[in-house]
Every structure is written in C-alpha cells, then in structure tokens.
Design a protein around this ligand. Structure first.
Ligand code: GLN
Length: 491
C-alpha cells in the first residue's frame, strides 16, 4: 500500500516514523491538525483547544527529536477525552458542574502519553460524566457523526471517535465503563480497545463507576492502538490502588502472528432477535474472513448476557451516586449564585450543575444503595456480576477469543426520541465484558444501513490484549474498512 502524503492521512505509526526521520516537524504537524480541527469545528469533536500550549509542546518535541529522543511517539499529536484532568487545558467532563474547572495536575494517562513523546492537541467532547451512548448530553453541545452528520457518533467517547473518523487527530484517548470506547468506535468506523480492568491507571480520570472505568486508545488501526496502549498501561501503585502490579508491555509484539488454529467463540446470545440484519450481515462476513485466515469458529453460550443490563444499570449508578457526591459547589467548578445556607447551596448547585441523565443515575444509585433496598438490588447485582464473569471463564475453556457485534444497530439519528431505557438496552453486547473486567475492542467490519460503519467486537481473556490486537491487525490486513473515509467530508 502506498504511503499517504497528507499529514492527516498518516497513521500514528507512519507519523512517528516520519517525525523521527525529521521529514516533518512536530510543530508543522501540530499546526496542520489544529487548522483541521478548526475547519471541522461544526462536528463538535473538540471542546478545548489552545494553540500556544500545543505549539510549545510540539516545539519541545522537535528539540527532543533533534537531540536523539528515544520516546516511541515523539512529536505525535493526540487529543484526550475531557474526562482526563489536564493542567494545561480546562477539564469539564462535559458538565456545567465543572464549568471553569482547571486541574492543578495531569491524569496519569496524560502524563504517560506525554512521556512517550505525544503532543496534546486539546480535549474532546463526550456525554456528561461519561453517561450515555449518543454524545447528546454534553454541555458543549452534541457531536456529529462524520459519516452522516445527522446521526450520533455514539458515546460516551463520541468526540474521540468523531475526531479519528474525521482525521482531526491520528490517535486519541477514550474511556469505557460499559462500552464507551467500543460503541462509538463501532459507530464511527474506527478501532478502539478497552484493556483489562486495572491495566490503565484511573488517577485523574474523573470517576463514574470506579469498579468498571478503564481508559483506552482509539485510532484508525489496531497497530496504532497497540502503540498507544503500550504507552498507557503499567502500574501506578501510589495513585490508583486498583492498578495492577504488572510491568508495561509491548502490545505490538504479536501483531503479525498467524491466526491459524485460533479458536473464536461465537456467543449465541449475541446473535438473537435484537440484532439488526445489516449489522449481522457485516459481522457474518468478517467471521468468514477469519475462517479464511485459518481461525475456527466455536459456538459458545454466555447465558446471562441479558442480565448484564439490569446488573450494570444498578452497579454503575450506585457507584456514580457515591463518586458524584464530591460535586457540591464547595471545591470544584459551578456554585449556585443565590442561596440561604450551606444545605441550600448544595441543593441549588447540584440541581443547576447536573443534566437530566446524570441526575437520573444519581437517583437510581442512591435508591439501590439505600437501607432496605441494598440487599434486594445492589447485593443481588454483585452476585450476578460474579456469575457473568464465571460464564466467560467457562467459555474461554473452549475458545481463545470471543467475537460478535458491538451494538445491535448502526448509529441512530441525532435528536431521535429515545427514552433512557432504549439506550440502556442498546448496550447489551458491551456491558458483560465490562462487568467481568475483560479486555474488549471494536474493529471496523463493514457497512450497514445508510452506509454507516459496523464494528466487530473482540473480547479476550484477562491480560490477552496482545492477542486481540493480533486478531484485529490480521483482519485489517485482509480488509480495508478501517482505511475508508467518510464520504462528503470536505478534505
Ligand atoms: N452507555 C453506557 C452508559 O451510559 C456506557 C457508558 C460508558 O462506558 N462510560 O453508562
């Protein structure tokens, strides 16, 4: 394949090589992407840009490269979901509650990617506090899907996915609590991976549901995701007590391994009535592609798949209700203007600061944790969560990875009258891997209704990210879905 010449068409890997060879400077690259982000501002992907900060970082990267820097991603521009705190840009979690908030420190993900040589282009739009699937609940406004600007980009990492699809950045960060990397990646035709819970430090990632939240990279290719993930993962014992004591790993090391004999588990529950025929056709075709590559398809069952919805929508709101109690107008962001006493200030601040979906989750979470309901809901959900994790372990006795759709449909229309339950039900295929803490990814697998992208979900056993990336990379060598560009987008 010929190497593209436009900077925004280069992959992270290609750009890193060009920067290292000093065929292009980091300043030049950053300027190109900043101009592009501004030219495509109508997509709503970026929420904070600061040319001076970015160009200063790029200048420093150029100096480091000139001095022979060994940083793997020296000078490569990326952007962060606005859920990661940054000392050089505002951080809002797309909420009015964090209006005007400026963090005194960087999230570990931000620091690690900077240590790997990356330059930050800015912060990306998302659903408020990462709760949602369509990126329509942001205080900064909605994000448009570059493939069809009348459709949602998915969520909650919708700005991240749209930025990659529109080539406004070669790589970005996202977060996934119940599908927020995989689902927008699927809706925007890009690649994204959520690692095993505990691989990526949660320090400085604004907490939604702490037992589920995980950071991960989103890019066009599996190769790029492997490069970014290698920089992101590693222990952070002093700052995140759930970060695993496992050394940083080179997730690119297995990319080119043969898939001969790979056993791919196909869960029957992922191919039931709710799956749209266009999505199913694309998934079936990519599974055939895997057979051509030497893999064997093995029928499996994940019998509690349906239960993952009520379980997740009890546990995640429960944890959110606790995590979001810190936003009370005293320390961070928004504070109501007129109030009579402290209690009144708390109430008014929270009533004004949080949007509808966030309030709904806080109310549900508070309810399921309250005396008398804790055993009936929260404890019960925790027990079923364990059973869901056990089901995966049963499945992994007969297969190496699991494959299926990411979402039941392609991206839906912006502004469609979806009630919250419709959105919750559409998370059916992504929630179980999150509840089990397993790594999962979305890989472009073709196109469905309206020419919209379809994502194939790959789920691996704990710590098997390198194998997932290998399977994704081999598929990408046999197909070109990840290289296609949204039509009708001004270059
Ligand atoms: N759509 C899911 C939710 O609304 C997942 C969100 C996420 O992973 N952050 O909770």
């Amino acid at each position: 394949m010929s190497i593209p010449t436009e900077l925004h068409d280069l992959s992270v890997a290609q750009l890193a090589a060009k920067l290292k060879a000093r065929e292009v400077s980091s300043v030049e690259t950053a300027q190109h992407f900043l101009a592009r982000a501004k030219a495509h501002a109508h997509l709503g992907a970026f929420v904070h840009i600061n040319d001076d900060v970015t160009l200063a970082q790029a200048k420093a990267a150029d100096a480091a490269i000139a001095a022979g820097s060994s940083a793997p991603l020296a000078g490569v521009p990326i952007a962060h979901k606005d859920l990661f705190v940054t000392k050089d840009f505002p951080t809002t979690a797309a909420s009015k509650m964090l209006d005007g908030y400026q963090s005194p420190f960087d999230a570990t993900m931000v620091t690690r990617l900077a240590d790997a040589g990356c330059v930050t282009l800015g912060k990306l739009n998302m659903d408020e506090f990462a709760m949602g699937s369509g990126n329509e609940s942001s205080v900064h406004g909605k994000v448009l899907n570059p493939w069809d600007t009348e459709r949602v980009p998915g969520g909650s990492s919708g700005g991240s996915a749209a930025a990659i699809a529109a080539r406004l950045a070669p790589g970005v960060t996202g977060t996934d609590t119940g599908g927020s990397i995989r689902q927008p990646a699927s809706f925007c035709g890009i690649t994204g991976i959520k690692p095993t819970y505990g691989r990526a430090s949660r320090y400085g990632m604004i907490a939604f549901a702490s037992s589920l939240d995980q950071a991960g990279p989103m890019a066009r290719t599996a190769e790029d995701c492997a490069l970014l993930l290698s920089a992101m993962c590693g222990p952070d014992p002093d700052r995140d007590s759930t970060s695993l004591d496992m050394p940083a790993e080179d997730f690119s090391r297995k990319l080119n391994d043969s898939l001969d004999g790979l056993r791919i588990g196909i869960p029957q529950e992922f191919f039931g009535d709710g799956l749209a025929p266009d999505v199913r056709a694309a998934i079936d075709a990519s599974l055939k592609e895997y057979e051509k590559l030497g893999a064997k398809l093995v029928p499996i069952s994940l019998p509690r798949t349906e239960l993952s919805i009520p379980v997740y929508y009890i546990i995640a709101p429960a944890e959110a209700s606790s995590n979001l109690s810190r936003f009370d107008g005293v320390k961070f962001g928004h504070r109501a203007k007129d109030y009579s006493d402290l209690l009144d200030m708390y109430k008014k601040t929270r009533a004004e600061g949080f949007g509808d979906e966030v309030k709904r989750r806080i109310i549900i979470g508070t309810y399921v944790l309250s005396h008398g309901y804790y055993d009936a809901y929260y404890l019960q959900a925790q027990k079923i969560r364990r059973m869901i994790a056990d089901d995966f372990q049963q499945a992994f006795k007969v297969c190496d990875i699991i494959a299926g759709p990411v979402a039941p449909t392609v991206a839906w229309a912006l502004g469609s009258e979806r009630n919250p339950l419709t959105n919750y039900l559409a998370d059916i295929y992504t929630l179980s891997a999150s509840l089990a803490g397993l790594p999962g990814m979305s890989v472009p697998a073709g196109f469905g209704e309206g020419g919209m992208p379809v994502g194939l979900q790959l789920v691996g056993n704990y710590f098997d990210e390198a194998r997932l990336l290998n399977a994704a990379h081999r598929l990408q060598q046999a197909t070109d879905f990840h290289l296609r560009q949204p039509t009708g987008m001004a270059r």
